[in-house]
Design a protein around this ligand. Structure first.
Ligand code: SF4
Ligand code: SF4
Length: 462
């Protein structure tokens, strides 16, 4: 069954017959590009460097998912740190809301890794290898997907994707583990190798094939913006009041606005839209159209800024309003939540102790028939120095306490699980269990007692 063609273009990245329209933006140089390029290369350098940087012996950032430990700038959050982690997450979210309410999608245009790597690494390589933006369009038009220049570009992309994929993985496994994986045969560590290969493949597909679709269909942030922006938010916008009615020969022909309808803003747009259609979800506020238009305005002798940072209210002639519901409530909420995060960090216990039952049977018997309870004690040292923890069993005489590793030495920010045993006669248990207490102390700032229930037989109770 044939599908009827659309009467016009439905999406900027779709042709009218429904096939993919490849976006090959024409580069536009200008004042914004110079600034964005400086920011982009600084961010790329930072992204590549962070896994190698250490603070107090720890990586700047390490998201250790298997152990559920997250390190940010020397502070490690353990699985028990749900509250500070949640507060940090919520305050970041409020921060993004505030940033968007004030400056629109400044994150998308200036700092998002998708934009930064696409526009300042992958697209420049494409233009360099394929012979320029127009040469790429010719290859598309002629459907020369396997032209030698295109194959070379794909090979270079694959190498960069491998670097990027490995760096991305280093944020989750650390550079030491990653170095080991890279230097060993894949057969020695098949699972990490598959993780590394899949990450590299996803990065490659994202930048070689999916590209701007990530912003348009995969990223939820673009869809949130209609709720996050207001009419006073700063956005990249076309001044329709000055530009319309558009037309070639503007300036020479009376009655026309400043827009000469040259399409330079459309040709340079990395998401393929026309900013003159108004605020659109596809606009990542990258300022490329502003640079392109400024260049045209200079050529036709008009002032720059037909496309510029402005707001919907300013373009409608309304005065700017800094104080509005969002710009008051978001900072207030941010201060409260981030303050609670700082407080929870400041008042965090210097150690986190978890008592766990023994593995296997609830209790065992020794050679003399006495009941043996195994208790695992997990000690998380949250301080920045190595600490030694002494475990004591607080109970009436008669019970034998065996702790093969006592005191326990735990490195800064590390977690160690040790096993202790309590041995006593079976007739001391009432209803098959007995309440006892343990004390764990580092001899300095941390001493705490913990209740526990030992398990024993019911039948021997007196
Ligand atoms: S319309 Fe302009 S600011 Fe928006 S994505 Fe396109 S080039 Fe960037
Ligand atoms: S680049 Fe400027 S002058 Fe050219 S079409 Fe776009 S808005 Fe009009």
């Amino acid at each position: 069954m044939s599908v009827p063609a659309a009467s016009g273009r439905v999406l900027a990245t779709l042709n009218e017959d429904g096939s993919r329209r490849w976006i090959r933006p024409k580069p536009a140089s200008g004042r914004w590009l110079i600034r964005r390029r400086a920011v982009a290369y600084a961010l790329i350098a930072l992204f590549l460097a962070i896994p190698h940087l250490r603070l107090g012996g720890k990586p700047w950032i390490l998201l250790d998912l298997p152990h559920r430990e997250f390190t940010f700038f020397g502070t490690t959050f353990l699985p028990t740190d749900t509250l500070p982690l949640m507060l940090l997450f919520v305050s970041s979210l409020i921060g993004i809301f505030l940033l968007t309410a004030l400056f629109g999608r400044v994150w998308c245009g200036w700092a998002c890794p998708q934009t930064v790597w696409m526009e300042f690494i992958f697209r420049p390589i494409e233009r360099l290898v394929e012979g320029g933006w127009n040469a790429s369009r010719v290859l598309d038009r002629d459907r020369r997907w396997f032209a030698p220049r295109r194959v070379l570009k794909v090979a270079i992309y694959a190498v960069i994707a491998a670097i990027l994929g490995n760096t991305f993985l280093a944020y989750f496994v650390g550079t030491d583990a990653l170095r080991g994986w890279v230097l060993q045969s894949p057969f020695e560590h098949p699972t990490p190798f598959v993780v590394m290969a899949v990450t590299t493949l996803l990065v490659f597909l994202d930048f070689a094939w999916f590209r701007e679709q990530t912003c348009l269909v995969a990223c939820p942030y673009g869809r949130w913006q209609s709720a996050l922006l207001d009419r006073q938010s700063v956005i990249v916008a076309y001044d329709a009041g000055r530009g319309e009615p558009r037309g070639r020969g503007a300036g020479a022909r009376p009655g026309l606005g400043d827009c000469v309808d040259c399409n330079a803003c459309v040709n340079t747009c990395p998401t393929g839209i026309d900013i003159r259609d108004g605020l659109q979800m596809e606009c990542i506020h990258c300022t490329q159209c502003a640079d392109a238009c400024d260049d045209i305005m200079a050529k036709v002798g008009k002032p720059a800024g037909l496309i510029r940072y402005s707001s919907q209210a300013a373009l409608a002639g309304q005065p700017p309003r800094i104080l509005r519901a969002r710009t008051v409530l978001y900072p207030l909420a941010f201060t409260l939540v981030f303050g609670a995060f700082v407080l929870s960090l400041a008042t965090r216990s210097p150690a986190d102790i978890t008592l766990l039952g023994g593995l296997g049977a609830p209790f065992t018997r020794d050679a003399a028939g006495q009941v043996v309870n195994q208790v695992r004690i997990k000690v998380a040292n949250r301080t920045r120095e190595d600490r030694t923890y002494t475990i004591a069993f607080l109970d009436e005489p008669g019970a034998q306490f065996i702790a093969p590793e006592n005191p326990v030495r735990v490195g800064a920010g590390r977690t160690v699980t040790t096993t202790v045993f309590v041995v006593e006669p079976g007739d001391r248990f009432r209803e098959g269990e007995r309440a006892v207490r343990f004390r764990v102390s580092d001899g300095d700032s941390f001493t705490r007692e913990f209740a526990w229930r030992l398990i024993g037989p019911r039948a021997e109770a007196r």
